[in-house]
Ligand binder design. Structure first.
Ligand SMILES: O=P(O)(O)OC[C@H]1O[C@@H](O)[C@H](O)[C@@H](O)[C@@H]1O
Length: 455
């Protein structure tokens, strides 16, 4: 496997929103903590722009996390005006890179697929890495087709399917928490665990992204991509190492064993927000947002229960929930332990089982335990052990870019995993499409439909 660092990063779609909002700030975050080697940055897009204008754009996006390395990269950046769906223009663009090249597709999925097809006709430099943003395909079949073409272009180790959740430090903390402490890992299995919940509730609403979101909805936007990967890290078997083969192999194995709890749609709920207020922001109903086709019935909140058919997890529900325009932002992994098999008679009071909560943001860990209460020593009470996990040196995008620039696919979604994630949610998407699951409503700023019990 080739693991030499990337010397040239070429961004396709350099003039787009993704580049300035996420990719360049992520690159700045990486550069601030990496001084070791120069990197040539080339931006490419259809629009007319000269090097100076592109450098200016890069500098502006780098501003929040300025560093000498970032300034050096911005000052030496180049811009190439090109239609990258044209074979000759794409070939010339790639040839303008020196050393090992990474091609970053910051492009809408349909154009990215065209460019992949064009790449398949070109002779490419040794070791080129192709970085593709989500969504990777639109279902299992299209993801498999895209993987098949990519396989004809470069080896799997040179395809980097970006999912920035794999770069979140608290998500990566699952590895240390689970595999470096003897006290949790043996307990993380049926019958010790009653349920596992992964909650990603956002106060953010549509934020002008109707063009993408109205076709995706909460299941595709969050559960199919990010949350299933977090679930895989929470539930996978201990890998022998954190090499890309071992880590991604363990993730793939647990996802292959994952299915929705029932195929008839009763394992899923969905809702969309109506008008409401969050803090001092008044939000229109989702259906009235610019660019939304209300007939499409897109959900802005979804909850799906999965099961993992293996020895460790058989029968334990994994509830994944994510929604927008909710009153409380929450990003938690909540592991609820099973009740003890026998509570000594004479101990009274709340014996609700212990819970371990790993919060992605703010990065905290809390263990909710039952102890003897302060008053009557035979009355049970609850106590909480809390700790903060500290801020990561790099942003999630920075971490993913670091792994890309290192030429190490460990934080990239492996091809078969991308296909599995689509396979897993397919029955839910079908149940939504055929209206087997009612589309409920919740006012923006609330905690979801009143009938949904909160976790
Ligand atoms: O919390 P983060 O890192 O911004 O990630 C959440 C975002 O992840 C993106 O991939 C989704 O498209 C967004 O809808 C979501 O808000």
């Amino acid at each position: 496997m080739m693991t030499a660092r990337i010397d040239t990063l070429i961004i396709l779609g350099a003039g787009g929103d993704l580049t300035s909002r996420l990719l360049l700030p992520g690159l700045a975050s990486f550069l601030a903590s990496d001084q070791s080697q120069p990197l040539t940055l080339i931006g490419a897009d259809r629009q007319e722009m000269d090097d100076a204008a592109w450098r200016n754009r890069v500098t502006q996006s780098f501003d929040a996390i300025a560093s000498p390395a970032a300034t050096a990269v911005a000052n030496a950046a180049h811009y190439v005006q090109a239609d990258v769906t044209d074979a000759e223009q794409l070939r010339e663009l790639i040839a303008s890179g020196s050393g090992r090249v990474a091609l970053y597709f910051a492009l809408p999925p349909a154009i990215a697929q065209k460019v992949v097809a064009v790449l398949a006709t070109l002779e490419l430099p040794e070791g080129i890495v192709l970085a593709l943003e989500k969504p990777f395909g639109t279902d299992e079949t299209s993801a498999r087709d895209l993987n098949r073409i990519l396989q004809t272009i470069v080896p799997e180790e040179q395809v980097f399917r970006v999912d920035h959740f794999l770069g979140k430090s608290t998500v990566l903390n699952l590895l240390g928490l689970r595999f470096a402490n003897r006290i949790f890992e043996p307990l993380l299995a049926a019958p010790n665990v009653a349920k596992v919940e992964l909650i990603f509730d956002e106060a953010l609403a549509l934020e002008g992204r109707a063009g993408y979101y109205d076709r995706a909805g909460a299941v595709v936007d969050m559960i199919q991509s990010h949350l299933l990967l977090v679930m895989a890290l929470t539930a996978m078997e201990p890998p022998a190492s954190v090499s890309s083969e071992d880590l991604r192999g363990s993730m793939a194995q647990v996802l292959r064993a994952t299915r929705v709890q029932s195929v008839d749609g009763t394992c899923a709920r969905r809702a969309r927000y109506t008008a409401g207020t969050i803090g001092d922001r008044s939000l229109p109903a989702y259906a009235d947002e610019d660019g939304v086709d209300s007939e499409r019935g897109t959900e802005t909140l979804a909850e799906v229960t999965f099961e993992i058919d293996n020895w460790r997890w058989a029968g334990v529900p994994f509830v994944l929930r994510s929604g927008k325009a909710l009153g409380d932002s929450r990003q938690d992994i909540v592991i609820t332990f099973a009740p003890v098999p026998h509570l000594p008679r004479g101990l009274t009071g709340s014996a609700d089982p212990a819970q371990l909560t790993i919060s992605i943001k703010p990065a905290t860990l809390s263990l909710d335990l039952i102890v003897n209460g302060e008053g009557d020593p035979f009355t049970l009470d609850r106590t909480q052990l809390n700790t903060t996990l500290g801020d990561a040196a790099m942003s999630a995008y920075g971490e993913v870019i670091a792994s890309l620039i290192d030429g190490d696919p460990v934080l990239s979604v492996r091809g078969d995993v991308a296909e599995q994630c689509w396979r897993i949610v397919a029955p839910v998407l079908e149940a939504f499409r055929t209206a087997q699951v009612p589309l409920e409503e919740y006012p923006a700023g609330s905690n979801g439909p009143g009938s949904w019990d909160s976790v």
